[in-house]
Design a protein around this ligand. Structure first.
Ligand code: AMP
Ligand code: MG
Length: 357
């Protein structure tokens, strides 16, 4: 005979199991989030799932992937350090005018894509911008300042993507002119965020957000009923937003003049340069690109920034699955035609927004 106390505990067990199972679905998936400083930016990942241990393992692996890309593309690694040895961008730049350099699939892919969009954009996007970035002090050696016009002209002759030669079979990159240098600052973060998202998806994660300083990738929806809501910063007051995006399985990247800049004689000079003039591109305060691929969104955010609102929106309309949100220097908000159902514009009093556009 089963003793009453034992019987009671067996009965309790049967009652409790369905109750606990019910509770776990009631409480929904668990969240795991972490922050790490990489690529000069605080990178935040939040992921949702049932098993916290698995979430942590996947998120750790995603950061490792991003760190790998950060090391490969670090243009400013110091000689004599381990980072210097690992940077393929350093190797390519040091071998300019001398010899081709064999690179990883990641770096090859980023450069191949960059050259493609250099051509598509009529030269607005150009990774051979390195020597110009340095003279403006957006490298790490010099203090930021306006360089003399003669020096800008001299360095402009080194900005030439036609002088970058790729060999697919050997996976090599060759900069044909001595003193040329490439800078992957406009693509590396977006590419890294995309690789991190792939790691999370491979681990079975269906709900996550990666935020790499303005480069955002979302996996799935925020929850069953809601899309991810991502604010677009006001470029003149980053505590406020000028729009809210509703996204699912997409990436969004913002390029803005407020992100890295200095003021000289009352004029703001920022880090996105026109490869034609050698000076900061004017006409755009910020542009946010929405695309399936985060690497592409990153390339295009810089491209569209340089092109400016009018030309940039025409360019976007030619691309499939890409949308854009501009805050122009003329204080006008303009959006691409396909973005209307994905964004709530909050122009406030500062900006004008013509819904008809
Ligand atoms: P993003 O914030 O994605 O627009 O990238 C800006 C970074 O891209 C700069 O810090 C430079 O490293 C690099 N860059 C600046 N101007 C250009 C350009 N016209 N084409 C490609 N890369 C650029
Ligand atoms: Mg970019």
């Amino acid at each position: 005979m089963v003793k009453p106390i034992k019987l009671l505990s067996i009965m309790l067990c049967f009652l409790l199991i369905p109750f606990l199972v019910g509770c776990s679905s009631l409480f929904g998936p668990k969240e795991y989030s972490d922050q790490q400083f990489l690529m000069d930016t605080l990178i935040n990942i939040e992921a949702y799932g049932q098993n916290e241990k698995q979430l942590k393992a996947a998120v750790d692996k995603a950061y490792q992937e991003m760190n790998k890309i950060a090391l490969l593309t670090d243009r400013f690694a110091k000689p004599g350090t381990a980072a210097y040895e690992q940077s393929e961008v350093v190797k390519i730049n040091n071998a300019a005018g001398k010899k081709p350099v064999q690179v990883s699939e990641d770096v090859y892919e980023m450069i191949e894509m960059s050259l493609k969009y250099e051509r598509f954009s009529g030269g607005a996007f150009d990774i051979t911008i390195g020597p110009l970035m340095d003279i403006w002090g957006f490298g790490k050696k010099e203090k930021q300042h306006v360089p003399p016009a003669s020096l800008i002209q001299e360095k402009l002759s080194l900005v030439d993507s036609d002088q970058v030669f790729l060999n697919k079979d050997n996976r090599t990159v060759f900069l044909a002119k001595p003193k040329m240098s490439i800078d992957l600052g406009a693509i590396a973060k977006g590419y890294a965020a995309e690789k991190a998202a792939e790691v999370l998806k491979q681990a079975g994660i269906k709900q996550a957000l990666i935020n790499a300083g303005g480069n955002v990738v979302v996996i799935g929806k925020k929850d069953q009923d809601n899309l991810w809501r991502i604010g677009i910063e006001d470029p003149r007051d980053t505590q406020n937003v000028v729009g809210i995006l509703s996204l699912e399985d997409e990436a969004t990247v913002t390029s803005g003049d407020y992100q890295r800049n200095f003021v000289e004689n009352g004029v703001l000079y920022h880090h996105i340069l026109s490869p034609k003039t050698g000076k900061p591109a004017r006409g755009t305060w910020s542009v946010t690109v929405i695309a399936k691929s985060s690497a592409l969104a990153d390339v295009l955010s810089t491209t569209l920034f340089v092109l400016g609102p009018e030309e940039g929106l025409k360019f976007v309309e030619k691309l499939d699955g890409v949308e854009a949100f501009y805050v122009g220097a003329d204080k006008k908000i303009r959006i691409s035609s396909g973005l209307k159902n994905k964004v709530t514009v909050q122009a406030g009093k500062k900006y004008s927004y013509d819904q008809g556009r």
